[in-house]
Ligand binder design. Structure first.
Ligand code: NFE
Ligand code: MG
Length: 566
């Protein structure tokens, strides 16, 4: 007999995601992903000045600050065909890459590691053996037996006090937890260290972007970060070196701790490699432009269909027709008025709530489709699309990670393992490493350009009479983000955000095709239906953000909790 489980909320922060699964014979046979909140930011923008839009839309999310701001200024610049100065491009690239470093570290440690790591089991670990294990993975100075002993003592203190703090409320002792005590202690120690490196990333972000969270120095046409190498009140050489120093420290943590922890978790849970692929159509945007006009990029974009890397098609710029003409959103199964599927420039956002109807409408998320197909977006999509195009940096980093996983797992694994729950974690850690390398590269580009005497940061926009349409594309930490604007006589006539967590967490469409979260759950093992840890593993691997996905709050939100999953 199939059993129905409702998990609400499912996320550790940025909640409002409800997932329902049917479990039969110990595995998931049906799944529904439901965004439970509505805010309507797209409607708030109507009639406003397009130069102000980025400040409103950036408030869509407190996790991926930055990304909506960037997509917004890009969409208006695309509508006006406005180039930005090189310095502005490099400063934006620094802002986005440093934000990504923070975001990816937070995701692994704070938002998902405890799905795999049993904190209570760490109390049984031998600190000397833990240090030996950690030293086989990297030579990080934080991996001494003294450090692990101190963390074990701290954990004991937390348990004795009855206040577990960040480690309260999880599925400790669950039968699907498989790491040996030493791996658990190593991960708990790194969890605590991650807090320091999050702070360093945040510091670097605040210096380069004016404020954290939420970048303060963007502008349609460039940035407002005045550059004068010798002034104390502008972006100067001293501040730039402070940013570089902090990024180098964060990069050390990513390469020696985050990446190796993901390798260890992936290898020690190798029985999980077959689970969680779901939708293997991938979509990624090109990003990190290396020139003011954004014709060349350090991260490639494109599509891969059905997991077949031979099917790769590039998306080569921020206004690529192949991308622009093939995106639609369906509201057939979402709480909006109608059942249409429309291109974002033609869409509306007219809320019409019914109830959770498994065979009807059941979410605030629209269902984005590309050429009518559901697409997975995110670091994994970016890795697959880059790998398929032979992109040097992607191939080098993905191959290095796969060979490390193979070494620890004791079996040879190839890129096919990436189509999985664990593959999404591996791809995100690899992306974090690449973003750290690119942050330093774009720091060099910025300094070298300033040294030529170029201090330009802004090209002023002018708004002609009539209608202009633009799209702002950006590869955010959770995947491809696009903002679509229609400007009429200098005012916003329509504005639509098609967001990474909407691509991944959206519902079925009129044809009944499930979205990536839904598809990825099918076939997942469920050891204990009262404690559906496995569902959390797979959904958290996407790094869900429902504030982003619906960008909309139902103040009357009904209580539907059946299982509390933290
Ligand atoms: Ni609120 Fe965000 C966007 C999503 S980015 S987290 O856009 O989805 O990674
Ligand atoms: Mg939207």
């Amino acid at each position: 007999m199939a059993q129905r489980i409702t998990i609400d909320p499912l996320t550790r922060i940025e909640g409002h995601l409800r997932v329902d699964v049917e479990v039969d014979g110990g595995e998931v046979t049906k799944a529904w992903s439901s965004g439970q909140m509505f805010r309507g930011l797209e409607n708030i923008l109507k009639g406003r000045d397009p130069r102000d839009a980025w400040l409103f839309v950036q408030r869509i999310c407190g996790v991926c600050t930055t990304v909506h701001a960037l997509a917004s200024v890009r969409s208006v610049e695309d509508a006006l065909k406005l180039e930005i100065p090189k310095n502005a491009q490099y400063i934006r690239n620094l802002v986005q890459s440093i934000h990504a470093l923070h975001d990816h570290i937070v995701h692994f440690y704070a938002l998902s590691a405890l799905d795999w790591v049993d904190v209570v089991s760490a109390l049984d670990a031998d600190p000397v053996a833990t240090s030996k294990l950690a030293e086989t993975l990297s030579d990080w100075p934080g991996n001494s037996s003294k450090r692990f002993q101190a963390v074990k003592d701290k954990l004991k203190g937390l348990v004795a006090s009855g206040q577990l703090g960040p480690f309260a409320n999880a599925y400790w002792g669950h039968p699907a937890m498989k790491l040996p005590p030493e791996a658990n202690l190593m991960a708990v120690s790194h969890y605590l260290e991650a807090l320091d490196y999050q702070r360093k990333a945040t510091q670097a972000y605040a210096v380069i972007s004016g404020k954290n969270p939420h970048v303060q120095n963007l502008s349609v046409g460039g940035v407002t970060a005045a550059i004068n190498p010798d002034s104390d009140s502008t972006l100067n050489v001293e501040r730039l070196y402070m940013v570089k120093q902090l990024v180098e420290e964060v990069r050390g943590f990513i390469n020696n701790v985050y990446l190796t922890d993901v390798v260890a978790v992936g290898a020690l849970y190798k029985e999980w490699l077959p689970y969680g692929a779901g939708v293997t159509n991938y979509l990624a945007a090109p990003d990190m432009p290396t020139d003011g006009a954004a014709t060349q990029f350090d991260l490639p974009g494109g599509t891969v269909m059905n997991g077949d890397i031979g099917s790769v098609k590039p998306i080569s710029n921020l206004s690529d027709d192949y991308f622009k003409s093939n995106v639609e959103e369906s509201i057939a199964r979402a709480w909006y008025d109608g059942d249409w599927s429309k291109h974002p420039w033609e869409e509306s956002t007219d809320a019409k709530y019914t109830d959770f109807e498994p065979e009807g409408k059941y979410t605030w998320l629209k269902a984005p489709r590309f050429e009518g197909k559901p697409m997975q977006v995110g670091p994994l999509a970016q890795m697959v699309v880059g790998y398929a195009q032979g992109h040097e940096m992607t191939v080098r980093n993905v191959d290095a990670a796969l060979s490390k996983i193979s070494a620890v797992a004791g079996v040879n694994v190839g890129p096919e393992i990436l189509h999985s729950t664990i593959g999404r974690h591996a791809a995100r850690a690899v992306r974090a490493s690449m973003m750290a390398e690119l942050a330093l590269k774009h720091w060099d580009l910025l300094i070298n350009n300033i040294e030529t005497g170029d201090l330009e940061i802004f090209n002023p926009p002018t708004f002609p009479k009539g209608e202009q349409r633009g799209v702002g594309v950006h590869e955010a930490p959770r995947g491809l983000l696009s903002h679509w604007c229609v400007i009429q006589d200098g005012k916003i006539k329509n504005y639509q955000c098609v967001v990474p967590s909407t691509w991944n967490g959206g519902p079925r469409d009129a044809e009944g095709q499930p979205g990536p979260y839904e598809a990825s759950l099918l076939g997942n093992p469920i050891a204990d239906a009262e404690k559906p840890l496995e569902v959390l593993r797979t959904i958290h691997s996407f790094d869900p953000c429902i504030a982003c996905a619906v960008h909309m709050l139902d103040p009357e939100g009904k209580e539907v909790v059946k299982v509390k999953a933290l």
